[in-house]
Design a protein. Structure first.
Length: 170
């Protein structure tokens, strides 16, 4: 009698644990935001739109740079200061490492350039970009172990930082 109750509780705990694990795995494969191809992003380029790469190697202050090889309307690489609707307000640092920029993803940042300013010490020209909308460009590079099995064509719920999202909403 007691042994039957223990087996029943064990089965129930195992079933619940397995269900939670399966749901967690399935959520990784539910797309939240699809990546766009570089060619499609380049067709959307016009004044005020930039495809920016997160590269701290080039711009220590902002981490965002619009490079001429993917932004045909630029004459030289341009450091970009991103305001308002920046991707790092929503995406998780553990996946995209916005603090150190080890993972170099490309983003199409759509918005208005408020003004340009030149740093007197470094002679670097900065564009202050007020971002209305952003898209991530395929392929998506991730920092965690998920880079091995998560598709590179979309962002899932685990790519977002839910605490940042809640703070942004409230």
């Amino acid at each position: 009698m007691v042994l039957d109750k223990v087996r029943g509780v064990t089965r129930m705990v195992f079933s619940i644990t397995l269900s939670v694990l399966i749901i967690a795995i399935i959520l990784n494969f539910v797309p939240i935001k699809f990546a766009i191809k570089l060619e499609d992003a380049q067709q959307k380029l016009e004044a005020g739109n930039y495809i920016c790469v997160t590269e701290s190697k080039y711009v220590l202050e902002t981490g965002w740079i619009a490079k001429t090889d993917i932004n045909s309307h630029l004459e030289e690489d341009l450091a970009v200061k991103v305001f308002r609707n920046s991707p790092n307000k929503y995406l998780a640092n553990k996946e995209f490492d916005f603090n150190w920029f080890e993972v170099e993803n490309r983003f199409l940042l759509i918005g208005e350039v408020e003004h340009f300013e030149e740093d007197k010490e470094t002679d670097v020209l900065y564009a202050n970009l007020n971002v209305d909308k952003w898209e991530i460009v395929y392929p998506i590079r991730r920092e965690s172990f998920r880079k091995y099995f998560t598709p590179k064509s979309y962002l899932s719920i685990y790519d977002y930082d839910l605490i940042k999202l809640i703070r942004e909403i409230w």
